[in-house]
Design a protein around this ligand. Structure first.
Ligand SMILES: [Zn+2]
Length: 536
C-alpha cells in the first residue's frame, strides 16, 4: 500500500476516549487510510512526519467561536491553527453575519457589533453566500456555521424588547429553515445580548422547532445567566430542547455571580437529570477565570432596545443618558455589582482611545474624574459601540469542576486571528491563542485533572458527535485526515492577559484535510479548509 503521508512512530489517541496506543498513521488523498506499523512503506513515501515521543490525534474541533468574519480577514486562522484546531464552529451567542434583510448586510453588521468586527465587506446575505466567499477566498481550517438568533431578529426587524409580530416570527422561522437547508449546523442564542435577550422561552421554542426535522441540527445557547438565574438558565435551555425536540449545547458553562461561585454541581445536576430522561444535552467551557464580550452587554436591556443607533442616540441625549446612568448603576445582568478594577479594555475602534487598551475601567474612570458607569457609557459613545472588554469574574475551582464534568467539551469562545489589521493594537482574551494547549499542558500534565485521552475526547470526538460529523474528530481508517501532532511533555499556551498575541509551543504539526497547515511549528500558508455542511 502507498501513502501520500505517513506520521511515524507516535502514540495514537483516536478521539473517542479510548486508551492510546503506538502506531503509524498513513494518509492518502486527504483521508486516513491505515493505522498500523507502516515502516515497510516509509521508504516509498514522499512525506514522512517523525512523531517519535509525540501524540497523534484528530484535529481539535472548537465548538464555540466567533471566527465568522475573522476567517475572511485572516484566512490563515493563525491563532487557532497553531493550537491544533482544524474546525471552527461559528455563529455562536446569537451572532452570525447572516441572514441580511433585503440583501443589505449593513443593518445586521451594525446590530451585531464588536463581536464580529472585520475590515472586509460583508458581500453575502445568507449561509450559502458566506460559505462561497470563505471557500473562494480559501481558508486554512474548516468552518461549521450556526445561524444566530440576534441576526434572525435583526433581519426580521424585531429589535425591540417585545415578542416578534406573527409576520416577524414567520420571517425568522423561514430564514432559519433556509440557513439549516443551506448547511448550517443549528441555531445559537445570546440571552444576555440584545436583541436575542428579548426573546421569551416560547419564541425560542417556536424557532428551535423548525430544526427538529433536520438530523443533528442543534440549539446552542449562551444562556440567560442573570443574577439569580444560574440554575434557571440551564433549566430553560433544557426545556427549549425538550419542547422543540432538538439537541442542546449549553455554551461556555461558568458561574459569573460571586455569590454562587463553587456551586457548579447545581448546574450540571440539571443537565444530568435531562440526560437521564433521554434528552441530548451537552455543554462546553474554556479554561480561564475571565470572560470577554462587547462593553454594551453590561447595559440594561432598555438602553439597547432598537439596535445600536437607537442605543447611541439614547446615550447622546442628556435626559436619557442620565436615566441610563441611574439604571446601569444598579448592576449588570439584573443586579450583579460592578467591580471596575476587574474590567479591562480589550479592543477599541478609534485611534484616540488606542491607549486605553489594557487599562481597567477603574483606571480610566479615575483619569477622567468620573465614576465607572460613566466611563463605560462615555467609551461606548466615543467608540460607536465598537469596544470590547475582558472581565475577571470567575474562580479556578469552578473552572476545574466544569472541565472535569464528563459532558463538557472544550470551546474557546475566541476568534481565529493574527496580529495584523484591526487586531494590531488590541489585547484580546488569551483564549484566542491558548485554549487547547492550556488544557493539555496545565490541566492534563502540570496540575493533573483529566487524562490525555479524556482531554482529547473533549476536543474531538465529543464536538464531532454534537455536529453530526461522522468522519471527523476521530482517527480511524476512512476518516478525513484532520490531524494534530503534539508533544505531551512540552505543549503549553504562552498567551497571557498582558501579552495575548503569543502562539503556543509543543504542537509541531497540524494537517487539515490531509494537507499540512502547521509544519515543524510554522504555518505553511496552505488553505485546505472548507465550510462544512451539516449532514454531509
Ligand atoms: Zn457567549
Amino acid at each position: 500500500m502507498s501513502f501520500d503521508t505517513i506520521i511515524q512512530g507516535g502514540i495514537v489517541i483516536t478521539g473517542d476516549g479510548s486508551a492510546s496506543f503506538r502506531a503509524d498513521v498513513g494518509i492518502s488523498a486527504g483521508r486516513i487510510t491505515d493505522i498500523a506499523d507502516l515502516s515497510d512503506a516509509v521508504p516509498n513515501t514522499a512525506e514522512v512526519i517523525d512523531a517519535a515521543g509525540m501524540i497523534v490525534c484528530p484535529g481539535f474541533i472548537d465548538i464555540h467561536t466567533h471566527s465568522d468574519v475573522t476567517l475572511v480577514d485572516h484566512p490563515g486562522a493563525q491563532s487557532k491553527a497553531y493550537q491544533g484546531v482544524t474546525t471552527e464552529v461559528t455563529g455562536n451567542c446569537g451572532f452570525s453575519p447572516y441572514p441580511s434583510p433585503d440583501g443589505n448586510s449593513g443593518s445586521v453588521r451594525e446590530g451585531i457589533g464588536p463581536t464580529l468586527s472585520s475590515t472586509e465587506d460583508w458581500s453575502w446575505t445568507d449561509v450559502s453566500g458566506y460559505s462561497e466567499v470563505v471557500n473562494q477566498n480559501g481558508v486554512s481550517i474548516n468552518v461549521a456555521p450556526l445561524v444566530g438568533h440576534s441576526a434572525l431578529r435583526i433581519a426580521a426587524g424585531a429589535q425591540n424588547d417585545a415578542p416578534p409580530t406573527p409576520d416577524q416570527l414567520a420571517h425568522m422561522q423561514r430564514s432559519l429553515e433556509i440557513g439549516i437547508e443551506q448547511g448550517a449546523f443549528g441555531m445559537s442564542t445570546g440571552l444576555t445580548l440584545p436583541p436575542s435577550s428579548y426573546a421569551t422561552t416560547d419564541e425560542l421554542v417556536s424557532l428551535a422547532s423548525v430544526m427538529s426535522r433536520f438530523e443533528h441540527a442543534f440549539y446552542a445557547t449562551h444562556a440567560r445567566v442573570w443574577a439569580g438565574w444560574h440554575v434557571k438558565a440551564v433549566e430553560e435551555a433544557v426545556q427549549i430542547g425538550r419542547s422543540a425536540s432538538v439537541p442542546v449545547q449549553f455554551s461556555h458553562i461558568a458561574i459569573v455571580d460571586s455569590r454562587v461561585h463553587g456551586h457548579g454541581e447545581q448546574l450540571v445536576a440539571v443537565i444530568d437529570n435531562a440526560r437521564g430522561s433521554g434528552d441530548d444535552v451537552t455543554t462546553d467551557m474554556y479554561p480561564y477565570t475571565a470572560a470577554s464580550s462587547g462593553m454594551s452587554q453590561m447595559l440594561p436591556g432598555w438602553v439597547q432596545e432598537g439596535g445600536v443607533s437607537a442605543m447611541l442616540a439614547r446615550l447622546r441625549d442628556p435626559a436619557t443618558r442620565k436615566k441610563a446612568h441611574e439604571s446601569t448603576s444598579k448592576g449588570w445582568f439584573g443586579g450583579l455589582p460592578f467591580v471596575f478594577s476587574t474590567m479591562v479594555i480589550a479592543t477599541v475602534a478609534s485611534e484616540e482611545n488606542a491607549g486605553l487598551v489594557g487599562k481597567s475601567l477603574e483606571e480610566i474612570a479615575a483619569d477622567r474624574g468620573v465614576d465607572g458607569v460613566e466611563a463605560m457609557l462615555m467609551l461606548i459613545d466615543e467608540e460607536d459601540n465598537e469596544i470590547s472588554k475582558i472581565m475577571h469574574n470567575r474562580v479556578e475551582g469552578d473552572i476545574r469542576f466544569f472541565m472535569e464534568y464528563e459532558h463538557a467539551m472544550i470551546g474557546s469562545d475566541g476568534n481565529a486571528i493574527e496580529r495584523t489589521g484591526i487586531w494590531e493594537s488590541s489585547m484580546p482574551h488569551p483564549r484566542f491563542y491558548g485554549t487547547f494547549p492550556r488544557v493539555l499542558g496545565k490541566y492534563v500534565r502540570d496540575e493533573p485533572l483529566i487524562s490525555l485521552e479524556t482531554a482529547v475526547h473533549k476536543m474531538t470526538g465529543m464536538p464531532a458527535r454534537r455536529l453530526g460529523l461522522s468522519d471527523r474528530g476521530v482517527l480511524r481508517e476512512g476518516a478525513v485526515a484532520d490531524v494534530v501532532v503534539f508533544d505531551p511533555a512540552t505543549v503549553i499556551d504562552l498567551a497571557t492577559f498582558e501579552d495575548p498575541h503569543r502562539y503556543p509551543v509543543g504542537i509541531p504539526h497540524v494537517l487539515v484535510n490531509g494537507e499540512p497547515v502547521i509544519k515543524n511549528g510554522k504555518h505553511t500558508g496552505a488553505r485546505p479548509g472548507t465550510v462544512l455542511k451539516r449532514g454531509v
